[in-house]
Design a protein around this ligand. Structure first.
Ligand code: HEC
Length: 205
């Protein structure tokens, strides 16, 4: 089989005359290249359809179902965000694990004691802290930040102080970053209540 294609270029007045003949080999190369591109396009299109099925394709129902699948996805994301938001303290306390709280309290132990008559260290002894007046430990040199708060250490106040001491009582001497985990905080406060002789009733869930 012979493919002979000639292209003839003429320029101006009898000037250059170019005659080009494409041999069979060359033509095959070009045709092969075109076919190859077509094949690639088909593969891309098939793979694309597999990865991103058109609405209604491959499902019993139409595009609406596919659209709803997206809505569900968005709802799930919102649900995760909601779960990350904190539950009210009453709910957390009702489910609190004081034994875990005692473990969390190890983070406080470098500065605080929890036993009756325990010494003030870097921070004051924390026996009977739940419901106690602020600056409750006799003889501890509290900062004005804590003294100035007035009132008592109720469950909510402890929860807020322990989230971020600096934010709750700007200028406090307690150089503790805070417990960001809301469950750990509730567990810890439940533990503090167990080392308090007569803790006030916890907030209702
Ligand atoms: C790096 C030392 C340090 C650590 C760790 C620490 N505290 Fe304190 N804490 C202090 C100091 C110092 C004060 C006194 C704050 C002031 O006067 O401003 C204080 C005060 C307090 C008070 C107020 C007591 C009162 O009588 O008014 C509470 C409650 C408290 N800490 C709880 C905790 C708990 C619970 C933890 C562990 C999660 C903890 N602290 C970790 C140093 C610490």
């Amino acid at each position: 089989m012979k493919w002979l294609i000639s292209a003839r270029l003429q320029s101006g007045d009898g000037g250059i005359r170019v005659t080009r003949t494409l041999g069979a080999m060359e033509f095959n190369k070009i045709a092969g290249g075109l076919l190859g591109s077509l094949l690639l396009l088909m593969v891309v299109s098939i793979v694309g359809d597999t990865l991103y099925p058109r609405f209604g394709q491959g499902h019993g129902e139409g595009g609406e179902e596919a659209a709803m699948a997206y809505v569900v996805e968005v709802t799930e994301t919102a649900g995760t965000a909601e779960a990350a938001a904190e539950e009210p303290l009453g709910v957390r306390l009702a489910a609190a694990d004081a034994a875990n709280g005692e473990k969390v309290a190890k983070k406080c132990a470098s500065c605080h004691t929890f036993d009756a008559g325990g010494a003030n260290k870097v921070g004051p002894n924390l026996r009977d802290i739940v419901g106690a007046p602020r600056a409750h430990a006799a003889g501890f040199p509290y900062s004005d930040a804590i003294i100035g708060l007035g009132g008592t250490w109720g469950y909510d106040e402890l929860d807020q102080y322990l989230t971020s001491p600096k934010k709750y009582a700007p200028g406090t001497k307690m150089t503790f970053a805070g417990l960001k985990n809301a469950k750990d905080r509730a567990d810890l406060i439940a533990y503090l209540a167990t080392v308090t002789t007569a803790p006030p009733p916890p907030p209702a869930p």
